[in-house]
Design a protein around this ligand. Structure first.
Ligand code: HEC
Ligand code: HEC
Length: 217
């Protein structure tokens, strides 16, 4: 009896200690970002290339509108150089543009742009639509190429948290990214997921699938 009483008061003391420790720990839930704060930066800085609502008008500058927030945040952190090291995603313009922003501000920007509605592009090349659609929906058994839809979704809208929206994006930007995954000048994809896809693709296939994806809704 005495022993169990001691044990129970010991347990109570332990619980009290853990409760205090938990209260002092920073919140474990990731900061979601404040779209209003993101808009303030987006509409004064990013606007120059991505437009105020993230619907860029020049194909070298990807559309950010409607993009998955976790993906946007990840790309911003990848563009950032940490401790003077080469950034995980190398692009002279974006490496400079993102440098001044804190982790919280990058979350704010991601929350803002992901909440905007994307204005999609259109497929322009009738002759390659069928080939592009086939690659997107089914991949190629013969080449061991997985369907893009299996990771990016049936309409290319992406899937939280790591698979980006590609549907409606500029064909030229998609093509450039696929080529940089293929030559590994872009190597920030987790587990080489995109490098293993792109390495199996010819220039013609890359062009066809990019044009098809631009027209997806
Ligand atoms: C001077 C033009 C310019 C400005 C200003 C600019 N960007 Fe960019 N951004 C680019 C270009 C070009 C790319 C494509 C980089 C590449 O080809 O890898 C890009 C890519 C991105 C991407 C990656 C998108 C994707 O689909 O992978 C994000 C995220 C991004 N920019 C966020 C921002 C934010 C946030 C700001 C404002 C703080 C900003 N950019 C300002 C030119 C710009
Ligand atoms: C195994 C899953 C998987 C498959 C299959 C896949 N992707 Fe991806 N893709 C990803 C991931 C993950 C990323 C994001 C990489 C990162 O974090 O930078 C990505 C990124 C991309 C990007 C860059 C987007 C941007 O905004 O910069 C393009 C373009 C792309 N994929 C096209 C394709 C195409 C075309 C196919 C089919 C031929 C395909 N993907 C198949 C997983 C996949």
């Amino acid at each position: 009896m005495k022993c169990s009483l001691m044990l129970s008061s010991l347990m109570t003391a332990l619980f009290a200690v853990t409760a205090v420790a938990n209260a002092n720990e920073p919140a474990k839930v990731a900061y979601k970002g404040d779209p209003a704060k993101g808009q303030a930066i987006g509409s004064t800085v990013c606007v120059a290339c991505h437009a105020a609502d993230g619907n860029s008008t020049i194909s070298a500058n990807p559309k950010l509108a409607g993009q998955n927030a976790d993906y946007l945040y990840k790309q911003m952190t990848n563009f950032k150089s940490l401790g003077g090291k080469q950034p995980d995603r190398v692009n002279a313009i974006m490496n400079g543009m993102i440098a001044p922003y804190s982790d919280e501000q990058m979350r704010d920007l991601a929350a803002y742009f992901s909440a905007q509605t994307q204005k999609g592009e259109i497929a322009r090349n009738r002759e390659t639509i069928e080939q592009g659609q086939k690659l997107f929906r089914a991949g190629s058994m013969a080449k061991g190429l997985p369907a893009c839809a299996s990771c990016h979704g049936p309409a290319g809208a992406g899937m939280p948290a790591q698979f980006p929206r590609i549907g409606g994006q500029f064909a030229e930007y998609l093509e450039a990214q696929l080529k940089s995954f293929r030559d590994e000048s872009r190597a920030n994809d987790p587990n080489k997921m995109m490098r293993m896809v792109a390495i199996k693709m010819t220039d013609i296939e890359i062009k066809a699938v990019s044009d098809y994806i631009a027209g997806l809704r």
